[in-house]
Design a protein. Structure first.
Length: 369
């Protein structure tokens, strides 16, 4: 089997070394000149300001800059519908950011962060969900995210929705779950209306070419109308997570009703996580982590390659076939400071397409003794 040019190749079963791609940030220096006391004090003041993190001019202004949006309107939704949205937070600063608390101001809503510590450059999500089963009509809430590092801040994000009492969706979303790549999956939902005898569901808007929707009227009597919505996930759907919103179009004054659609299309072999955050690390201090390679049946890993070869990463390759391989890896940061990213290619015996994953983080400057 030929090797990819310019790559470091791991041969099992011994410990193997792979490299590190980094983009060092050159440290500021004095150029070797001697400074007087006044200049030293000024230099220390500048250094302290640079390490202080976000400016203190606004109590929460620095934190608001990390959010992808500062308000959210779910619009008009059906009763029983699954109503969720992810608000993203990206650490744009050179210091670690910590979320100390996430809460909402209404029992009609709940919020959950996917992580609370963000290294420089990392992104987290806060998922906010509205309870459309116990609550109806207009509901207003606030998502409140509190930070305690690098300094205190509280960001308040208004959230609103209108929950229709006359349209009920069951189940609340089209969740396909895990779907094998290349296979078809079908999900059905019931739409029940109570009100006008001539109420109609006119259309279903679908913007994803890998989804197909079909609506059939199942009942119309005494002011009650029912439809069945059938959604088909096509075999052409690519590997990965699918998160879409389709729209039911009625003949009402406010005609649109959103429906969430989700699926995870899985290949025959997958790697988790596909992106490993190593956070902020000090030069020379080894950090260990695991990568899991999972298949539907036993398989062997032939080799792992990377883009560079300075020996920062090591991995032990398994020597036998298994349906699940846990790869123990270690990373010893070099002395050059700055952000780094390394992409790995995993070759599976008998599989034409390799798998990839990446590791990233930031190396601190070496401390001078």
């Amino acid at each position: 089997m030929s090797h990819l040019p310019g790559r470091t190749v791991l041969n099992r079963p011994c410990w193997c070394i792979v490299g590190l791609t980094r983009r060092p940030v050159s440290p500021a220096g004095s150029g070797g000149r001697r400074l007087g006391f006044g200049r030293v004090a000024a230099a220390l003041a500048v250094l302290a300001a640079s390490l202080a993190g976000p400016p203190a001019a606004s109590a929460q202004g620095w934190a608001e800059k990390m959010f992808d949006k500062l308000t959210h309107d779910f619009g008009v939704v059906a009763r029983g519908a699954e109503v969720k949205h992810r608000i993203r937070i990206r650490n744009i600063y050179s210091q670690t950011v910590h979320i100390s608390n996430v809460r909402t101001t209404c029992g009609c809503s709940a919020a959950t962060p996917d992580q609370t510590t963000l290294a420089p450059g990392e992104t987290a999500s806060v998922e906010i969900e509205m309870d459309t089963r116990r609550f109806m009509r207009r509901k207003d809430s606030n998502l409140i995210v509190t930070f305690d590092q690098p300094r205190y801040a509280e960001v308040r994000i208004p959230v609103t929705t209108y929950i229709r009492s006359d349209v009920v969706l069951s189940p609340g979303s089209a969740g396909f779950g895990n779907v094998d790549a290349g296979s078809q999956a079908v999900k059905t939902l019931d739409i029940d209306y109570a009100g006008r005898s001539d109420w109609k569901l006119r259309d279903v808007k679908v913007d994803n070419a890998h989804l197909d929707a079909r609506v059939v009227e199942t009942r119309r009597e005494a002011g009650r109308v029912s439809y069945q919505l059938t959604l088909t996930l096509k075999p052409t759907a690519p590997v990965g997570a699918l998160a879409e919103q389709i729209t039911l179009v009625t003949d009402d004054e406010n005609p649109n009703i959103p429906v969430l659609v989700s699926a995870r299309v899985e290949a025959d072999i997958t790697i988790t996580p596909d992106a490993v955050s190593l956070g902020t690390v000090a030069p020379g201090q080894e950090k260990t982590f695991n990568v899991v390679v999972r298949g539907r049946k036993p398989f062997a890993i032939e080799k792992i390659e990377c883009e560079s070869a300075d020996g920062a990463f090591k991995v032990r390759l398994p020597a036998v076939e298994r349906p699940v391989h846990v790869l123990p890896m270690s990373f010893t940061p070099p002395t050059a400071p700055g952000k780094f990213t390394e992409e790995f290619t995993v070759t599976i015996a008998g599989r034409s397409e390799p798998l990839t994953f990446r590791a990233y983080g930031q190396i601190l400057e070496s401390r001078v003794q």
